[in-house]
Design a protein around this ligand. Structure first.
Ligand SMILES: CCCCCCCCCC/C=C\CCCC(=O)SCCNC(=O)CCNC(=O)[C@H](O)C(C)(C)COP(=O)(O)OP(=O)(O)OC[C@H]1O[C@@H](n2cnc3c(N)ncnc32)[C@H](O)[C@@H]1OP(=O)(O)O
Ligand SMILES: Cc1cc2nc3c(=O)[nH]c(=O)nc-3n(C[C@H](O)[C@H](O)[C@H](O)COP(=O)(O)OP(=O)(O)OC[C@H]3O[C@@H](n4cnc5c(N)ncnc54)[C@H](O)[C@@H]3O)c2cc1C
Length: 647
């Protein structure tokens, strides 16, 4: 029934103030009001419609994306959403988020602009940023090649300095050096920040960034020497196929010397290479920025899936009917709760860890401006590790939510297949998750090895300073409620991470060649890195479900015994019962519009069945009662069977 709240009985059970929780989730009252206003604005604008997306072919889908991006930009300007003329302002960023369709603009604002801001000199910024801010040029981030993505130092594209003309010659010497994957490159970008090996007088100075114009600003054709196109359909139907991930090769393309991004190092008119007194890793700065953004976005993607699965689990009933009464809501099954509630808790935990990481990133940025590079390794390890942890958990969590919705979760109209398909590449882009965990592991092993030299660990590794105590630790939990004390949980996680790191460091020391040891022990190192990253995010329900999931680690490292493991599980069951009456209210607190959720199963009013039924008839296959192809392919079969039957 239209207008009836089928979930009202669930909402009435809530034991907390949902409106207050909406503010906690949004970050502040101001943020809440902004999100609320902009999400409604997007939902009510027909251009931003997305319920027809799954049925569009690639070309229509792509054109639809261009239309939405242009319309969004128009809205930003008309409504003066941002004080400044830039889509990096919070209002414009929210508009992009609620439009909910990946587009070239993400790479323009999310990587091209930050690359120039972070790696360009003041002069370069003054020249390029105003053009980029007004979208008079559109840029992408062209780093990955056909042959190399993770190994940035292995890139093959060359930028050779020509002192005669004061230019760089950008060239793709091999097939594997073709740029491959950059979003926005395939069909839209006029410019790119291209990462290439700097060659001066035959000497290779490693990978640096260059601003290269790719297409004419008049007719959009590629400039001479440039071959460019889209790399083809990707996983899922609509999903990330709204994006023109591209291929690009250079045949001796010339650019002026001043288009090398020169904040970190410079090439003089005479062809002299000058390295500023800053770590070379600042060339990787854009990746650190985006990894932090990706962590902040993980809670959004996971919370959408959890919202759909929670509401639907309260609507869906199976078994347990007595005397013709109602069947049991599937959310009341303990198995459903043990799969769903840890994800609900994770979404909240990731929301808060995202805020913390933003603080850490802002802090390191301020320090870098003051030429204090001391916290850079910690910022790299945290952004890399948390990017890996949160995207893996979110991608797995979305898929779990699909299963939690049974068969209907497999329908595109549930919103879950597309959410999964659009999200899952986050485990790969901006650094493959395993490669990033290995970076964390290097940081941890280094921290452990420096303890003996008296180096005091700081930041998220500060707990290692209490190594002796953590190596002696054994949990003193005696009853299930003991697991409710935050300190008890935290110590168990600290001891587990510390012991796993120390075990890795000890095993590494047995190798005469440390690099060989690192390769051999990589799987253990990744597990130690995960333990460390989980420690950063632990909080009650979330922590206990993780402890239950990784019980083997806790028992084998001697932090807790099997009895204490069972008590944690008992406490977890108690907590699920406490979450149960609040579950629907906890997902209402995300304040998502039905437009944004894009899911019939997750509708606010819970009116699932009539809407699912209605939606099925909208499928293009139902446009005709007898399908196209009947006469050619089905009828002859049927007739033949008739003939055979007569014989
Ligand atoms: C409207 C606005 C919208 C905004 C939206 C924003 C979001 C946009 C999302 C868009 C969606 C998708 C975009 C996807 C884009 C991409 O994928 S771009 C390509 C990304 N590529 C990668 O991430 C490659 C991964 N590889 C690497 O990062 C490095 O190669 C790797 C770190 C793995 C290794 O680098 P090496 O140079 O070989 O380093 P090592 O020898 O291992 O280490 C040397 C030391 O450097 C330290 N290090 C490494 N990285 C960093 C860093 N980033 N910062 C600081 N320090 C770093 C490392 O710890 C070593 O230190 P040590 O010597 O031990 O002290
Ligand atoms: C949707 C999407 C959008 C993208 N957008 C952009 C973009 O805008 N710009 C851009 O430049 N790039 C972009 N990329 C490229 C992306 O950054 C790379 O794909 C990513 O960094 C992974 O690199 P790879 O593809 O080389 O993976 P590989 O490194 O080839 O990974 C293959 C396997 O090898 C394993 N592996 C690799 N190295 C190691 C190691 N040292 N130890 C152990 N295991 C290892 C990995 O874990 C993985 O299992 C995008 C990719 C995708 C999927």
């Amino acid at each position: 029934m239209e207008g009836v709240d089928h979930l009202a009985f669930e909402r009435n059970k809530a034991q907390f103030d949902v409106d207050e929780m909406k503010i906690v989730w949004a970050g502040s009252r101001e943020d809440f009001e902004l999100s609320d206003r902009i999400s409604r604005l997007v939902a009510s604008d027909p251009v931003f419609r997305k319920d027809d997306r799954a049925a569009l072919g690639r070309k229509e889908l792509f054109k639809n994306t261009l239309r939405k991006a242009a319309h969004a930009w128009k809205r930003v300007i008309e409504l003066r959403l941002s004080g400044e003329f830039s889509a990096l302002e919070p209002e414009a960023y929210k508009l992009r988020a609620f439009v909910d369709q990946p587009a070239f603009t993400d790479l323009h604002w999310g990587m091209f602009v930050p690359a120039i801001q972070g790696q360009g000199t003041d002069e370069q910024q003054q020249k390029w940023l105003p053009l980029a801010y007004r979208m008079q040029i559109i840029g992408c981030y062209a780093q990955t090649e056909l042959g190399h993505g993770s190994n940035v130092q292995g890139l093959e594209t060359t930028a050779t300095f020509d002192p005669k003309t004061d230019e760089f010659v950008i060239h793709s010497p091999t097939l594997t050096s073709s740029k491959w994957w950059p979003g926005g490159l395939g069909k839209v970008s006029t410019h790119a920040v291209v990462y290439a090996r700097l060659i001066i007088d035959g000497q290779d100075y490693g990978v640096h960034g260059f601003i290269v114009q790719l297409r004419s600003l008049d007719d959009h054709l590629p400039l001479p020497g440039i071959t460019i196109g889209d790399i083809g359909m990707k996983f899922g139907n609509a999903a990330y196929n709204t994006m023109d991930n591209g291929v690009l090769t250079f045949d001796h393309v010339r650019i002026p010397r001043n288009q090398m991004l020169m904040r970190v190092s410079q090439v003089t008119r005479e062809g002299k290479y000058v390295h500023s007194n800053v770590p070379r890793q600042l060339v990787y700065g854009t990746m650190v920025y985006v990894r932090q953004k990706i962590v902040a976005d993980a809670s959004v993607a996971l919370s959408r899936a959890v919202c759909i699965a929670t509401r639907y689990s309260a609507v869906r009933r199976q078994f347990g009917s007595h005397n013709g009464g109602l069947e049991t809501q599937v959310i009341d099954y303990k198995t459903q709760q043990s799969r769903l509630f840890p994800l609900l808790a994770s979404a909240y935990a990731f929301r808060f860890v995202g805020e913390w990481l933003l603080w850490l990133y802002t802090d390191v940025t301020e320090r870098l401006k003051a030429k204090d590079f001391s916290t850079l390794p910690e910022a790299h390890a945290c952004t890399a590790g948390l990017k890996s942890l949160t995207t893996t958990a979110t991608a797995d969590g979305i898929e779990e939510c699909r299963k939690l919705c049974g068969g209907h979760g497999y329908l595109c109209s549930s919103g879950l297949p597309e959410l999964f398909a659009v999200y899952v590449p986050a485990c790969t882009y901006e650094g493959d998750n395993i490669v990033l965990l290995l970076q964390v592991a290097r940081h941890l092993v280094k921290t452990v090895s420096q303890l003996s030299t008296g180096n005091k660990p700081v930041g998220t590794t500060a707990y290692m300073a209490r190594l002796e105590q953590l190596l002696q630790y054994h949990s003193d939990v005696k009853k299930a409620e003991d697991w409710l004390k935050p300190n008890v949980v935290l110590e168990a996680f600290e001891a587990r991470a510390a012991r796993m790191c120390v075990a890795c460091a000890q095993n590494l020391s047995k190798f005469s060649n440390p690099e060989e040891g690192f390769q051999e022990l990589a799987a253990d190192l990744v597990e130690a890195a995960v333990a460390h990253c989980q420690l950063i995010v632990v909080s009650n329900v979330y922590a206990l479900s993780l402890l239950h999931k990784h019980l083997g680690d806790f028992i084998s490292t001697g932090c807790i015994d099997p009895k204490q493991g069972s008590l944690a599980n008992e406490q977890l069951r108690n907590l699920y019962s406490q979450v149960r009456p609040n579950a629907v209210a906890l997902v209402d607190a995300y304040n998502y519009t039905d437009h944004y959720l894009g899911s019939i199963l997750g509708r606010y009013d819970g009116n699932v069945y009539p809407k699912l039924y209605e939606e099925a008839w909208k499928d293009p296959l139902n446009d005709s009662i007898v399908p196209d192809g009947f006469k050619e392919y089905i009828q002859p079969l049927l007739k033949q069977q008739l003939r055979n039957a007569r014989l």
